[in-house]
Design a binder for this molecule. Structure first.
Ligand code: IPE
Ligand code: IPE
Ligand code: MG
Length: 248
């Protein structure tokens, strides 16, 4: 039986964040260049998005390229940017078919112009879709986002638009690039690495973390269902005791 049938549809996470890791190692396993792994990772993106849309998840955020990834060899960075443009263009009909809205977070100004243009085109084309929102984190890092948020809050204080006492959790949420979405309840990382790598540090404060040794190109719909099922077996206590949670 598929795990899909065992998932409680009333207890779905609204937002799943995914660190898609292991493309390079996957390619190496076939004796190929790293970019071969990135190309094959696209199928996993399509399957994951489709599975999430089918089951009724509202948001998935996919870590596709980090601020730190700019330090990779130029050849790999260029190939990744090419792949990004190509994939977004080719996948636009699939997004439409599945009622998926595309969004992005990160420092878009850093991306090559044709990436920015293609991204904007598909974001516009899918803006009225109201199923799943698929957020691509591109040239993104949580520290970059937090620095921007702090600067913008400091500017408001300086201009007397708010006072220091107005600074709280909710205000910080509003100034982050994720302000339009709920915080992820579940964070999945593939490839066996167990770290956050500068991803959504603020938003993952109380997320359930799920690590799998599967390499990203091998990640399937069934793997997503497994992760959601696993998440649903956990007790999310938010500082309370188990007895408190079970007393009502
Ligand atoms: C994740 O796979 C994709 C990106 C970071 C763009 P990697 O390229 O990090 O693959 P590994 O971790 O080296 O195997
Ligand atoms: C994290 O993967 C970034 C993305 C998946 C885009 P990395 O492979 O770059 O992470 P580290 O450097 O090994 O932590
Ligand atoms: Mg990696």
């Amino acid at each position: 039986m598929s795990k899909k049938d065992q998932i409680d549809k009333n207890k779905l996470p609204k937002h799943i964040a995914i660190i898609m890791d292991g493309n390079g190692r996957w390619a190496k396993g076939f004796g190929k260049f790293r970019i071969f792994g990135h190309h094959n990772g696209v199928t996993a993106v399509r399957d994951t998005a489709e599975a999430a849309a089918e089951i009724g998840i509202k948001f998935i955020t996919l870590y596709a390229f980090s601020t730190e990834n700019w330090s990779r060899p130029k050849k790999e960075v260029d190939a990744l940017m090419e792949l990004l443009v190509d994939t977004i263009r080719k996948e636009t009909p699939t997004l439409q078919k599945n009622n998926i809205k595309l969004a992005s977070i990160g420092n878009m100004n850093d991306l090559p112009a044709k990436c920015q243009i293609q991204l904007q085109e598909t974001i516009n084309a899918t803006k009225n879709n109201n199923g799943l929102t698929m957020v691509l984190a591109l040239s993104y890092s949580a520290k970059w986002d937090m620095v921007n948020a702090i600067k913008s809050i400091a500017t408001q204080v300086k201009n007397n638009e708010i006072t220091i006492d107005d600074v709280n959790d909710q205000l910080i949420d509003k100034h982050l690039s994720t302000s339009e979405m709920p915080h992820p309840e579940l964070m999945i990382r593939t490839s066996g690495e167990q770290r956050i790598s500068n991803f959504l540090l603020w938003e993952l404060a109380y997320a359930e973390l799920y690590f799998t040794s599967k390499l990203w190109p091998d990640f399937s719909k069934e793997d997503l269902y497994d992760a959601i099922y696993d998440y649903q077996q956990r007790e999310r206590r938010f500082g309370k005791t188990s007895e408190q949670l079970n007393s009502n």
